[in-house]
Write a protein that binds this ligand. Structure first.
Ligand code: AP5
Ligand code: MG
Ligand code: ZN
Length: 217
């Protein structure tokens, strides 16, 4: 399966991606996780990306597209992949189309996890993440089994620097202006499926599985 996850910050892309990746045995590729790993390791990419991410702005397309070109070349993508947080601009979507054309592969679908703005803030301020494996938790809606530790790898959980109320609001504005147009972009290509992201986490996953099950037939 070759899938793109679309949806605003806090929609649950990362949460669902872990389960989808597991069920369909495809790698979960999150540009946000790649940037955060580079930031924590203080690489040149991380230092540059941090300037934009901390303000809630997008990292420039030139940097982001190169990361995806490299990542999709990896052997583990041969049988499919799940992109989470890429593309985020029409320019990035066009670049992806070119990369896939060159490889002679096609997308199965983009999946929009639809969540209205009023749900988002409480999700973001209660979020805790694992910087090691990218897993995402919530202090109320999805607490880890052991306080402050990742269920999957045992690493310590942290709050993301860009999850403050002010930065979340900026990220949502940027989503509306720059990423929302992708809904029409993929809709016009008949490559859009929509899931109600206001359901509980398991309910969202069941909806996604039934859509992907239909596509696989
Ligand atoms: P990125 O890490 O991709 O952040 P995002 O798109 O803003 O999305 P989030 O990770 O915040 O939300 P999510 O949908 O994954 O939600 P989650 O599952 O964690 O990007 C970060 C930054 O990097 C960007 O702002 C940008 O600067 C840069 N960047 C990344 N990609 C880029 C690109 N392609 N181009 C340019 N710049 C790029 O869930 C959120 C919370 O809600 C959690 O606490 C979770 O437990 C909880 N939750 C999830 N589902 C539910 C549910 N159904 N009910 C209740 N709670 C739920
Ligand atoms: Mg995420
Ligand atoms: Zn972890």
């Amino acid at each position: 399966m070759r899938i793109i996850l679309l949806g605003p910050p806090g929609a649950g892309k990362g949460t669902q991606a872990k389960s989808i990746s597991n069920k369909f045995s495809i790698p979960h590729i999150s540009t946000g996780d790649i940037f955060r790993k580079n930031i924590s390791e203080k690489t040149p990419l991380g230092i540059e990306a941090k300037k934009h991410i901390d303000k809630g702005h997008l990292v420039p397309d030139a940097l982001t597209i190169d990361i995806i070109v490299d990542r999709l070349d990896n052997e583990d993508c041969i049988n499919g992949f799940l992109l989470d947080g890429y593309p985020r601009t029409v320019n990035q979507a066009e670049a992806l189309e070119t990369i896939l054309e060159e490889k002679g592969i096609v997308l199965d679908t983009s999946l929009l996890i639809k969540v209205p703005r009023e749900f988002i803030l409480s999700r973001m301020t209660g979020r805790r993440v694992c910087l090691n494996c990218g897993a995402s938790y919530h202090i109320t809606f999805n607490p880890p089994e052991t306080d402050g530790k990742c269920n999957l790898c045992g690493s310590s959980l942290v709050q993301r620097a860009d999850d403050s109320e002010e930065t979340v609001s900026e990220r949502l504005d940027i989503y509306d202006a720059q990423t929302q147009p992708l809904i029409k972009y993929y809709g016009d290509k008949n490559l859009l499926s929509v899931v109600d992201g206001t359901q509980a986490i398991n309910g969202v996953f069941e909806s996604i599985c039934s859509i992907l099950g239909e596509i696989k037939k």
